[in-house]
Design a protein around this ligand. Structure first.
Ligand SMILES: Cc1cc2nc3c(=O)[nH]c(=O)nc-3n(C[C@H](O)[C@H](O)[C@H](O)COP(=O)(O)O)c2cc1C
Length: 196
């Protein structure tokens, strides 16, 4: 059975483009494979606390009770075959809610470990699907160099061992009107191509 960890991080609960496209991808995955299991982790409906002083004190000591919440989030990642991650671009990077989640799930001995020469990602045979919303255009053109959203998420995924990464962009969202409609339509058609 394929398990999907669905991570939503847009605080726009009324008209979020990343939530709309994430829902479309989930619909496609469920249609292609009705046996799919979905773990929902909505970082807005249930806020993720920043790492506490207590958690930082024992961050490299697995099994400590202060890391119980971090362990719970990591268990969800380990259980998943596909990570479906939605994030708006906020100040050229990911939403701070998603960053807080990342700080909990990148941990020595659980998702990364010391290899012979460098740190190695422990998560193998997983895929990530990134749903990236942007007010402007960053996948090409002059603002590409300011994209710390896709570049950062790719680094984090690779760091924990996930190298199979698909990206669906929704760009120029702040132009609104027909431009927004076209961006949503393009993202929806790309969503149809996702393999279950
Ligand atoms: C706090 C904040 C910061 C933002 N920063 C950027 C930015 O740096 N670059 C950009 O193109 N759009 C920026 N935007 C626009 C969002 O990335 C865009 O509206 C996005 O598609 C929102 O996704 P959502 O509808 O799923 O929340 C920002 C929006 C907010 C609220």
């Amino acid at each position: 059975m394929t398990t999907i960890l669905h991570i939503a991080s847009s605080a726009n609960l009324k008209s979020s483009v990343t939530r709309q496209i994430g829902a479309e991808v989930l619909k496609v995955l469920k249609t292609k494979n009705p046996a799919i299991k979905v773990i929902e982790r909505d970082l807005v409906k249930t806020a993720i606390p920043h790492l506490s002083p207590e958690a930082i004190d024992v961050f490299y000591q697995p099994g400590s009770p202060a890391l119980a919440f971090s362990d719970e989030l990591i268990d969800e990642v380990i259980a998943a075959d596909i990570l479906l991650i939605e994030t708006p671009m906020h100040n050229f990077s990911v939403s701070s809610r998603l960053k807080a989640w990342i700080d909990h799930i990148v941990r020595m001995g659980r998702t990364i470990d010391r290899g012979a020469e460098r740190l190695e990602g422990l998560l193998k045979n997983k895929r990530a699907i990134l749903i990236l919303g942007r007010g402007g255009m960053y996948s090409e053109g002059p603002a590409k160099v300011m994209d710390y959203q896709e570049t950062y998420l790719r680094v984090i995924m690779n760091f924990i061992g996930i190298t199979e990464i698909e990206v669906i962009y929704i760009e120029n969202v702040l132009k609104g009107g027909a431009v927004l409609e076209a961006a949503l339509a393009a993202a929806k058609s790309k969503a149809q191509l996702v393999e279950a």
